[in-house]
Design a protein around this ligand. Structure first.
Ligand code: SAH
Ligand code: SF4
Length: 464
């Protein structure tokens, strides 16, 4: 990481109060993941005063500054002592690739030579590809490699950056092709061609309005869950990330936002199973939503999980249900799900559904159900009907994701007609159901199957 990560400061309207910082990790916490109270302790140990803790916390979290010399309201002696704390260099951006629609995928190097990916996804609007200024205008700090160019087909696919309580946002031009992909049974007709609702066009005064950005982040190097359609799962778990690495990833992403962009949503949909790295995930969540730090609203932060039932319950109680929850379901019966997602053998559907019913979801919020459509495996109309029955009575919206092919598997995506038929069943059953598509077959930028560049898959999965 560069010494200065100063990107856009958190917006005033995102300062919703977050839950109190109950810190549970027993492991040594890296300095980038310390709370103000912990910094207060460190500051006094280093010869400073207690109140310096809050100042250091704000420099790092709110402003992204990790060079103690730049923390100008601290005494010089304290700044000098802070230099040995190892604030800089927690992560390094090894590569940045940019899609035509301004999506950027960062390859983030960690201290032990491993790497993960994080994706910055600006909200699309009419003509977004052409309207958004080019990368490199942020004055990127030293040590940054050149930015490759992604072509359209390499663009990251879309994650859910909408508000549950503002459904107009749910129907959006996620392909940037001027058509809606989402169908909401209460509103849009099937395959509606209404214009997109990005709302980010230049205003009448000629000012470039703020473009909200969703960042998709990783929590582990690889993943132990072994889902057969997922690059991380096929490669296996190398290690979990520390909360400091998770946060460093966000800070470095934020530092690369352009002047008109603001970090508004963070989704834990990159590499790894966030609930399998529970303590680091919780600490990262508290930091992300800390009003004096990164300052995201908790409803703008979504944790996606393959279904670790006890941890879903813990997350619900630790945050009173305020954190957005996405469940990777991918099948509506145990046999199919266990074949696609081995975790289902431990936590079968009945347990998972009960955990969803018990999740203390605030009023008017919904759980996102992710359903990757894998050709011939889980994508028939019968499966769609089963899914509709399984979800009955739950406050959910469904995201269908045609599988992005991965190198290590011959499994593939459902054909568009099959996707439509699947979606139709759910819409007719009364669900909000959206198709999240990529614009091509190159999979390397998609959240959830982010490339493990250079990593060899442990197994090769065959279709037969
Ligand atoms: N481990 C967590 C979060 C990361 S995966 C989880 O599984 O929820 C984020 C999403 O991408 C999950 O829904 C995952 O199932 C999905 N995904 C993984 N590989 C995919 C692929 N090849 N094509 C489409 N979606 C994929
Ligand atoms: Fe892990 Fe999620 Fe991939 Fe499954 S889909 S292997 S849980 S990252």
């Amino acid at each position: 990481m560069s010494n200065s990560l100063s990107g856009n400061p958190p917006s005033p309207d995102s300062n919703e109060s977050s839950p109190p910082a109950r810190v549970k990790s027993n492991r040594v916490v890296g300095p980038l993941a310390r709370f103000a109270e912990e910094w207060a302790h460190e500051a006094t140990r280093l010869g400073g005063r207690t109140f310096h803790g809050k100042q250091i916390f704000k420099w790092i979290q709110a402003r992204g500054v990790v060079d103690p010399q730049a923390m100008t309201d601290l005494p010089v002696a304290l700044r000098e002592r802070l230099a040995s704390e190892g604030l800089a260099g927690v992560v390094t951006v090894l590569r940045e690739r940019r899609a035509m629609d301004a999506t950027r995928k960062l390859l983030v190097g960690l201290h032990d030579g491993t790497s993960v990916e994080t994706v910055l996804i600006p909200r699309l609007s009419l003509g977004a590809g052409a309207a958004v200024p080019s990368a490199g205008s942020t004055g990127l700090a030293e040590g940054i490699d050149p930015i490759d160019t992604l072509d359209d087909s390499d663009a990251a696919y879309v994650v859910d950056d909408d508000d549950d309580d503002d459904d107009t946002e749910n129907v959006r031009d996620i392909d940037g092709d001027g058509t809606r992909n989402a169908v909401d049974s209460r509103r849009a007709g099937h395959g509606s061609n209404d214009p997109p609702l990005g709302g980010d066009a230049t205003d009448s005064s000629g000012h470039c309005p703020v473009v909200p950005v969703t960042q998709c982040i990783s929590t582990q190097v690889g993943c132990a869950m072994g889902c057969v359609f997922c690059a991380s799962g096929v490669a296996g778990l190398k290690r979990s990330m520390g909360a400091d690495e998770v946060i460093a990833q966000v800070l470095v992403g934020r530092s690369r936002l352009e002047a008109h962009e603001r970090l508004r949503n963070v989704v834990f949909m990159g590499m790894g199973e966030p609930l399998h790295n529970y303590d680091a995930t919780v600490r990262a969540l508290r930091l992300l939503t800390h009003p004096e730090g990164i300052g995201l609203s908790s409803r703008k932060v979504t944790v996606s999980t393959s279904g670790l039932v006890p941890e879903i319950a813990r997350l619900g109680s630790d945050f009173d249900g305020q954190i957005g929850l996405a469940i990777s379901l991918h099948a509506a019966d145990d046999e199919t799900r266990s074949r696609l997602m081995p975790i289902n053998k431990k936590y079968p559907l009945a347990m998972l559904m009960q955990a969803l019913r018990d999740y203390p979801l605030p009023k008017r919020r919904r759980i996102t159900i992710e359903y990757t459509l894998v050709a011939g495996r889980n994508d028939g109309v019968e499966e769609a009907k089963k899914l509709a029955r399984l979800l009955r009575g739950l406050p959910v919206k469904v995201n269908l994701i045609p599988m992005n092919p991965i190198e290590a598997s011959t499994l593939g995506p459902t054909a568009p007609s099959g996707v439509d038929a699947f979606q139709r069943v759910l819409v007719d059953a009364g669900y909000s159901c959206f198709v999240r598509r990529r614009r091509g077959d190159d999979v390397s930028a998609a959240c959830g199957q982010l490339a493990l560049l250079g990593a060899k898959p442990k197994v090769r999965v065959n279709r037969s």
